[in-house]
Structure formats: structure tokens, C-alpha cells
Design a protein around this ligand. Structure first.
Ligand code: ADP
Length: 480
């Protein structure tokens, strides 16, 4: 069932119960409730007078009680003689018949608690009845209809005189009040119904709308749109739910991005060796005499490299997830670079590239050999692709006190100062129309940066626009 329906039902039941309760209270139980209140008033007034029977301001107290509690208070002695008559009562004076009075005295003498009774007033006297001072033509209610709650209690004053305190709370006929209340009830019902519809509408809108919105967003998320924003506001629970969904969407987005990057990385770095294998195989197939052990060795080397690269690509995805480990070993860096360069022999022969490696001595470092080779390979590949018309690429090994610097220079267009910080970012390519852009995916330098960062190595690029670039990195020497 939709939220709106449920809210309507709950609110409807609530309003119905409220109206029913009000109706019962205002019609069925009104009279008994009214009598109960009156009895209570008479009782509390009697007790107040008894407690203050010797107080000098007793009269003031009685006057106040008569006014506030809507009662009529009289004090008698045991013979039934009225002791304290108060003028100015706000109600018609109630004159108790001698029979009732002696009946009350009899009961009150036997107990020290207030005694209450509902009595019919036969001997009822309106104030100023003799002078017929009633306002207008309104006839007074029939005397036999007048009821009063009487509360009587016996007490003894300071002079040792036994006194009967009687408080009468006349019960007015409530027919007209009931009628008024019923009209009022109809009004209240209409007002409550209006409030009910308004509240139900506002509430269901407030609760249902963000949920409906979140549902749409979740459907889009399921369809692969990880940028979806679950902006559920209003209630704490909804806000929390939307925050959780936003978090889940972000995490899913990261996983998806990682997956795409992995595919892109793999295709980028696998393409070069694959091209070489294909090239060499075609040469061996088409050109007689090219089926040499050296060429076959190159194919084997590239295949081995491909294999390592696949492992490496997986490493890169781990690296991005923050879980990649290095496998550092002590190896001859100079030799390693020489081995990498053998792969370019054909390129040098056929495309007339000049790849120069200058190293004064063999140096040893402790690092992950495969990953460092990947760095060198990427830098040389870039240099070959971006170098100038002279097709010259120079690799220089410079040994300092504790470090060795490998610099790969080309004579290409160079990189402007503004571009420099960006080239290390993944998917960044300066010239989208460059001859390599069809092949490159902008990942090479990103991989280089990650591997060197992991080694804690220093690296950078010095470039002069129009004159070429020098990509370099430094590793700690490991002298024996
Ligand atoms: P790509 O696969 O596009 O070569 P890289 O991450 O290796 O990706 O390089 C990022 C960008 O840096 C390249 O697209 C290129 O614009 C620039 N770049 C890299 N190496 C050089 C270089 N030797 N000379 C000039 N620009 C370079």
C-alpha cells in the first residue's frame, strides 16, 4: 500500500476516535461528568471551611469559595439553626428543608469525613423572588427539576460548639449546554477533517516524495549511472538512508572506474609488444632469410614481456586500490636498460631511429626490476613517438654519490609549463591529433608515476618547448 494511503487510514482512524471520544464526552457522559465536578467542588469547599472554622476571615473565605467554586455554603448548629448567613451569594440561595437538615446532621455526627449526597430541592428559593426581579420573561426552571449536590461535615469550633458545614453545588439543567456543545462538535468535526486532509497530504508528500525520488535514483544507479545523487531531505531517517545510498553509489562508481581503467591499462601496454610480435612474425613469414634465431628471440622476449605486463596490469589495479606490493631485488640497472634496448634494433634498422644509451659504468640498485623496466620502456616509447624529425632518442645514465639518474631525452616539440603537471595524470594527452594518440591512451606516464612513487624515487621532466623533453628518475645506488 502506498504511504499516502496508509497515512490517510491512520489519520482517519485517529480523527474518528477523537470525534467519537468528544461526542461521548459532550453528550452521553456530560451530565455525570458535570455532577462529578460539582460534587468535587462541594467537597473541597466544605473541607476548606472546616479547616478554617475559627479563622477571623472565614467570611471572606466563604465568599471567595462561593464565587470561585460555584457553591453555596451555610453553617448550622446541631439544632439546625443557621449560624452564619452570607449575603451576596452568586447563586440562588438554597434553603434546606428541616427534614433534610436533620438527616444531614444525623449522618454527619456519625462520621468525621465529608458526606455528599445528590438531593432534589423542593424548598428552593430564588433570590428576590418576592419582589419578582427576574430579568425578562424567562421563566425560572420548575422547582422540582432543581438538583443540588450537598456536602456536609460536622466540626467543632474553638468555643467547643458543634457546627455543621454544608456546601451545596446546585446542578443546573444542561440540556441547552448539550445543544450548544453538539453544534460546537459539528464545527470541530469539520475543522478536524480539514486539518486531517491537510496534514495527511503534507505528511505523505514530505515522506513519500524523497522516497519516490530515491527510488528513481536507485533505478538509474542500477542502470549504471553512478553519479546519481540521492538527495533525500526532511526526516533524519530519510537523510541517513540517502547518505548511505550516496556512499554506496560512490563506491560502486569507484569499482566501475577501476574496472574500466584496468581494461584501458591492459589494452594500452599490451598493444606495443603485440605490435612488435605481429611485425616480426610478418617479416619472418614474408621475407626470406628473416627467419633468424634473433628475430625469434625478440618474439619470445616480447611474449615474456606481455606475460609480465599482464601481471603488472593487475598490479596497477591493485595499486589504485592501495594494495599493490613491490618485489624489490638487487639487479643491474644498466644491463636491464641494455636488454630493453635490444627490442628496438629492428626499429633502428628499418625506421632509422637513433637510440643512444650512454652509461659510464654498470650500476646496481634494489628495486622491482619488472616495474622499473616498465618505467624505462614507457619513457623510451614516449620519446620515440614524440621525438623530432631527426628521430633521435638519448638515454643517459648519470651516477652521483648515492644515486643513479636515468634520463630519456628526445628532440620533439617539448611540453609547455602549463601542461607539465597534467601529463602524469591518467588519460591525459596533450595533442589529441598527434600520430600516437590513435594508439596511446594517456596511461603510460600515469603508470610511470605510480611505480616511481611506490619506490619513493625522485622523478620529473625538464622540457623546453620546441627543443624536446628530458624525462628522468633517480634510484638509490646499491654498491657492494
Ligand atoms: P600516451 O599514451 O598518450 O603517450 P602518456 O601518459 O605516456 O600517454 O603521456 C601523456 C601525455 O604526455 C602524452 O599524450 C603526450 O602529450 C605527453 N608526453 C609524454 N611524453 C612526451 C614526450 N617525450 N614529448 C612530448 N610530450 C610527451
Amino acid at each position: 500500500m502506498p504511504i499516502k494511503g496508509k497515512i490517510l487510514i491512520i489519520f482517519g482512524c485517529f480523527i474518528f476516535l477523537m470525534l467519537l471520544f468528544l461526542w461521548l464526552l459532550q453528550t452521553v457522559f456530560l451530565e455525570s461528568f458535570y455532577k462529578l465536578v460539582k460534587t468535587q467542588n462541594a467537597r473541597s469547599s466544605t473541607l476548606a471551611v472546616v479547616d478554617n472554622i475559627d479563622h477571623e476571615n472565614l467570611k471572606v473565605l466563604i465568599e471567595r469559595l462561593q464565587y470561585e467554586e460555584d457553591v453555596n455554603i451555610q453553617i448550622f448548629d446541631v439544632s439546625g439553626e443557621e449560624q452564619l448567613v452570607l449575603a451576596q451569594t452568586p447563586h440562588p440561595s438554597v434553603r434546606l428543608s428541616p427534614e433534610i437538615l436533620s438527616h444531614l446532621i444525623q449522618i454527619a455526627e456519625k462520621t468525621d469525613k465529608p458526606y455528599t449526597e445528590l438531593i432534589q430541592l423542593e424548598n428552593f428559593r430564588y433570590p428576590n423572588e418576592e419582589n419578582n426581579l427576574f430579568v425578562g420573561n424567562v421563566p425560572p426552571p420548575a422547582k422540582n427539576q432543581i438538583q443540588t449536590t450537598v456536602c456536609a461535615m460536622m466540626t467543632t469550633n474553638a468555643d467547643g460548639q458543634q457546627l455543621l458545614v454544608v456546601a451545596c453545588a446546585p446542578i443546573s439543567p444542561i440540556d441547552s449546554i448539550t445543544e450548544t456543545l453538539q453544534i460546537q462538535l459539528i464545527f470541530i468535526s469539520f475543522i478536524l477533517l480539514a486539518i486531517f486532509f491537510l496534514l495527511a497530504h503534507v505528511l505523505s508528500k514530505q515522506i513519500a516524495e524523497p522516497i519516490v525520488h530515491m527510488n528513481h535514483a536507485a533505478q538509474k544507479l542500477a542502470a549504471g549511472n553512478y553519479q546519481e545523487d540521492f538527495s533525500g531531505e526532511g526526516y533524519q531517517e530519510i537523510a541517513e538512508l540517502s547518505a548511505t545510498l550516496n556512499y554506496a553509489a560512490r563506491e560502486l562508481g569507484k569499482v566501475e572506474k577501476l574496472r574500466q581503467e584496468l581494461i584501458a591499462n591492459v589494452s594500452h601496454d599490451l598493444r606495443t609488444p603485440l605490435t612488435m610480435i605481429k611485425g616480426y612474425s610478418e617479416i619472418m613469414r614474408d621475407i626470406p632469410g628473416e627467419n633468424t634465431p634473433e628475430n625469434i628471440q625478440i618474439i619470445i622476449d616480447e611474449t615474456t614481456r606481455l606475460n609480465s605486463l599482464v601481471t603488472d596490469m593487475l598490479d596497477l589495479s591493485k595499486l589504485q586500490a592501495g594494495v599493490m606490493d613491490l618485489t624489490p631485488i638487487r639487479f643491474n640497472l644498466t644491463e636491464s636498460i641494455r636488454t630493453i634496448l635490444t627490442r628496438y634494433v629492428k626499429l633502428i634498422e628499418q625506421e632509422h631511429y637513433k637510440i643512444i644509451f650512454s652509461a659510464a659504468e654498470d650500476v646496481w640498485v634494489v628495486a622491482d626490476e619488472l616495474k622499473i623496466s616498465q618505467v624505462v620502456y614507457n619513457l623510451i616509447n614516449n620519446a620515440i613517438h614524440y621525438t623530432g624529425a631527426d628521430k633521435k632518442v638519448t638515454i643517459t645514465q648519470t651516477v652521483r654519490e648515492k644515486t643513479v639518474r636515468i634520463a630519456v631525452s628526445d628532440t620533439g616539440q617539448g611540453i609547455s609549463e602549463e601542461q607539465k603537471p597534467y601529463i602524469w595524470q591518467r588519460y591525459y594527452r596533450i595533442d589529441q591529433t598527434h600520430k600516437r594518440s590513435a594508439i596511446g591512451s594517456g596511461l603510460g606516464l600515469f603508470i610511470v608515476k605510480n611505480v616511481l612513487d611506490l619506490h619513493g624515487a625522485r622523478y620529473g621532466v625538464d622540457s623546453c618547448e620546441g627543443k624536446g623533453s628530458v624525462f628522468w628518475f633517480e634510484l638509490q645506488l646499491d654498491r657492494l
